[in-house]
Write a protein that binds this ligand. Sequence first.
Ligand code: MG
Length: 260
Amino acid sequence: MAKKEAPVRYCRFMVDGRSYSGQIRGNSVDIVEGDPFSGIISQIRLSYPVERVKFLPPFAPKKLWCIGRNYVGHVKELEHEIPSEPLVFLKATSSIIGANDFIRIPAWAGTIHYEGELAVVIGKAGKNISEEDAYEHVLGYTIMNDVTARALQNKDGQWTRAKSFDTFGPLGPAILLTKELPKETRVVTRLNGRVGQDGAIEQMIFPIPRLISHISRFAALEEGDIISTGTPQGVGEIKAGDLIEVEIEPIGMLKNICSE
Ligand code: MG
């Protein structure tokens, strides 16, 4: 029997002042042509050690759908009610930065929290998608840090400003090109090396097929949309100088440093 190939980890990166599409393999990044939406041509011409490259966001999402309060532990830590249907909001795509970019924290914004999340990348458009068909619309998965100005979120009563500061949307470093992740996949967030969050995606109140189906009932999902699926228990404050890492094992590690 043929050995099953591991799913591709597609990325965008810069090296020596030029940007490329790439595929991460172990500790190196191979240059590839194309992109996962129109097709990757993996004719390897050149590869670089991971330490030498600067990862960019893996693509420019069309819309950044986010889900609030999707893990029981997190709902409880912020003392909210369990929602009866998915709580959907939009985060401005202009907030997106890549792995290793700085999260800029203005002193006037009050308490800022990290929120490590699994993000679904939509590869096939659709409207009124059934839960049974939902995975057909998935291109793959990436990592999002849904950085949040918690004090302003509470003050404003709606979330646009709190979620959409420039640099509050770290994304990447790669898209794992697979339709479905193992249910024991975990979202692990470390603040200065100490684990803050460690939640299994099977703990989601509304699982991925439900989220895709739910959103597509009121807005057609488009190729290049992202659905960030909510954050597990253990959010916490970040300040200038902090190192924040979100790791989802088969995808990779999204690392950012906070600055003023
Ligand atoms: Mg969130």
